[in-house]
Write a protein of this length. Structure first.
Lengths: 137, 137
């Protein structure tokens, strides 16, 4: 059992931006790959700690979302870190399925080719988004 | 030699925030550890690609800075990735010295103890900041 008041205070003392958000870098616990970067507010970070599954605040849709709520591809939380400036969190997870709504294991599936100056796709999708996000399309 | 016009266009088409900034997650190429998260604008990202060393925009000091300009702890760039929303970059580097101005290898040196609800420091500093940042203190 965590001390909920202490936890709330710890979360409240992070540095959020003007919109009350903090970037969360989601990392695969085993491969250490950066899977995605999304935004949390105090409530979604608290929900992440308390449920052990990543919860975010969508800036485009202005609503809470749990990773995997549509796709089933939830992320189990193993560890949460913050930095020297307490304005970012890194969260180590065990991903269940792909992180990216485009179907890739990681959202960072494009690498800059410095010779051509263009992005190049790395790897192949694990699923077809049309099959997974049927309801929302 | 990169095609500079194409590169400039590629960099210009990323999604920057209202202040013209994009978060950059800096990762150790070998250990895959997240070393730091800082912000870049178009010019500092272009400088990062062209010099092969990480350059940022400081929000607190409102100026450009190259990682290592004071400490000598530069970061050699190996690869640059962007995500599905093109609003974040991940940069793999070889770090020369510590990433953190507090002296730690990574800025993310505090881990949340979910039992106590408090941050706990992991590891030990690689240097004493007072010795490295003499000029600015």
């Amino acid at each position: 059992m965590s001390d909920t008041n202490t936890l709330r205070e710890t979360i409240a003392t992070l540095k959020y931006d003007a919109a009350g958000l903090i970037p969360a870098v989601i990392v695969d616990k085993d491969t250490k790959a950066v899977l995605m970067v999304a935004y949390m507010n105090e409530s979604s970070l608290l929900a992440t700690v308390e449920t052990g599954k990543t919860h975010f605040w969508s800036r485009s849709r202005q609503k809470y979302w749990m990773k995997g709520e549509s796709s089933g591809h939830v992320q189990e939380v193993h560890a949460i870190y913050t930095d020297c400036d307490v304005d970012t969190v890194v969260i180590e997870v065990t991903p269940h399925g792909a992180a990216c709504h485009d179907g890739y294991y990681s959202c960072f599936y494009r690498r800059l080719n410095t010779s051509t100056g263009q992005w190049e796709t790395q790897g192949v999708p694990l699923f077809d988004p049309k099959d997974v996000y049927k309801k929302s399309q």
